[in-house]
Design a protein around this ligand. Structure first.
Ligand SMILES: [Fe+2]
Length: 434
């Protein structure tokens, strides 16, 4: 490719793959679900949603649309925010017992990820960690196709409707890990931005920073040409590093979040901003679904592993709970200040897309500029001031690091080599951000 960032290197990949579901975006498109399911031959649908959405208007729209198209369905709604292995086992039993030919998910990342993972264990029963990578799992590939899945996100952050991964908390480890396979990709996504109108400010903020970090991690990820060449296309993971496709979507997502995040959070009636954030989340999903994330997401799992005595306004989860997007962004300014020397031009460009002034800046300034812009956005949207703002202190740094160091693929996708001492130092820098 023409971009210097993707120049070939010895033994590096020369090929990348783009995977995408068929995508429909726009206000009101949720009501198309019946006809779309019918067109795909769905006759008996397992409908996944969460308890807070169950009696609300979006699930009602989907149910009405399915009924109009004479499609039989049953609902599974016992889904917790940030699903764990218990949730997935229960959901997979629901699938096995119901004899379904298809799946629809309506909700945030938790509903979509539950639907994805439940299908794995319903279709290919195994010990729960068999399909997770080392060191926690056996690293077995998911053997084959799952049920056709139409995903309908109701928050503007997850991007899960466009990805081949599902993030699950393993209770044995009290930590989240990623299940990944091309078979997890939904066949279709219906993205209706009107679903975000009723979301509280803090949910827009958390999901907005999730989308921001998806895009920023994609754009700054290790180039796909720096990952080893694979012997067979079956071995090519879709978390394949930065590539021209992901760049394109990530760049636009960064521009959107830089312009509209504060508006969308601070003014609930600003439908233009909230619609834009939903499009940004979709673009960021298209991007990171084909590049993978890196250190901010990996280090967020240390936060959710050791969080205590904390809850977040706007979320129904009891303590301890830190929303995913906040757990990701809370260390991000310190992380990008550290990583920038691995790809300074990229960090500078990304800061510019996010709305930072980069006129006259040099490569040496890139880490500080992107870190400062992230802090600025966090302050505009009332985010916690670093890890201390979430109740962590210096004593937590070592155990959090020990937890995170297991996220080997994500750490390896960063633009700079990172060891346990680096991660400890970054966490310390992230204790207080301003
Ligand atoms: Fe995320």
């Amino acid at each position: 490719m023409g971009c210097q960032y993707f120049e070939p290197c010895d033994h590096g990949a020369g090929t990348f793959t783009v995977a995408m579901p068929k995508l429909t975006f726009g206000r009101g498109c949720l009501s198309e679900i019946g006809e779309r399911a019918q067109a795909r031959g769905f006759t008996r649908v397992a409908l996944f949603t969460d308890p807070t959405l169950l009696s609300g208007p979006y699930v009602a729209t989907v149910c009405d649309s399915l009924k109009k198209s004479a499609i039989d369905f049953e609902i599974f709604s016992n889904i917790r925010i940030e699903p764990d292995d218990r949730t997935i086992i229960e959901a997979s039993l629901f699938l096995v017992e119901g004899n379904y030919d298809s799946v629809i998910s309506v909700g945030g990342g938790s509903s979509i990820d539950t639907a994805k993972a439940a299908m794995v264990y319903a279709c290919y029963p195994a010990d729960f960690t068999d399909y997770f990578g080392a060191p926690v799992g056996a690293g077995k590939p998911i053997p084959g196709a799952l049920l056709p899945h139409i995903a309908c996100p109701t928050t503007s952050g997850t991007g899960s409707e466009c990805t081949s991964v599902s993030v699950i908390r393993l209770n044995e480890h009290n930590c989240k890990f990623v299940l990944g396979s091309p078979y997890l990709l939904p066949v279709e996504a219906l993205v209706d931005p009107s679903c975000t109108e009723s979301l509280p400010a803090n949910v827009i903020a958390s999901t907005g920073f999730d989308l921001l970090c998806h895009a920023l991690e994609c754009y700054t990820a290790k180039a796909y040409t720096r990952w080893p060449v694979v012997a067979s296309p079956k071995q090519r993971t879709l978390l394949q590093g930065a590539n021209p496709w992901s760049d394109m979507a990530a760049k636009k997502a960064l521009e959107i979040v830089g312009e509209f995040l504060s508006r969308g959070v601070n003014e609930s009636s600003d439908t233009i901003a909230r619609d834009q954030l939903m499009w940004g989340a979709t673009l960021a999903g298209m991007a990171f679904g084909n590049s993978g994330t890196h250190l901010p997401h990996a280090m967020s799992y240390g936060v959710t592993h050791y969080m205590r005595d904390i809850e977040t306004e706007g979320y129904s989860m009891s303590s301890p709970f830190v929303p995913h997007g906040i757990s990701v962004v809370v260390s991000a300014p310190a992380i990008f200040r550290y990583l920038a020397t691995g790809a300074p031009e990229r960090h500078l460009e990304a800061a510019g897309y996010l709305g930072a002034s980069i006129a006259g800046a040099t490569k040496d300034d890139s880490g500080e500029i992107v870190g400062a812009r992230l802090v600025e956005l966090m302050r505009e949207t009332s985010m916690p001031n670093g890890l201390k703002g979430l109740g962590f202190n210096d004593n937590d740094v070592r155990p959090m690091t020990d937890s995170v160091i297991r996220q080997t693929r994500a750490i390896g996708n960063a633009p700079r080599e990172t060891n346990a001492i680096d991660i400890e130092n970054i966490y310390r820098d992230a204790l207080t951000l301003w």
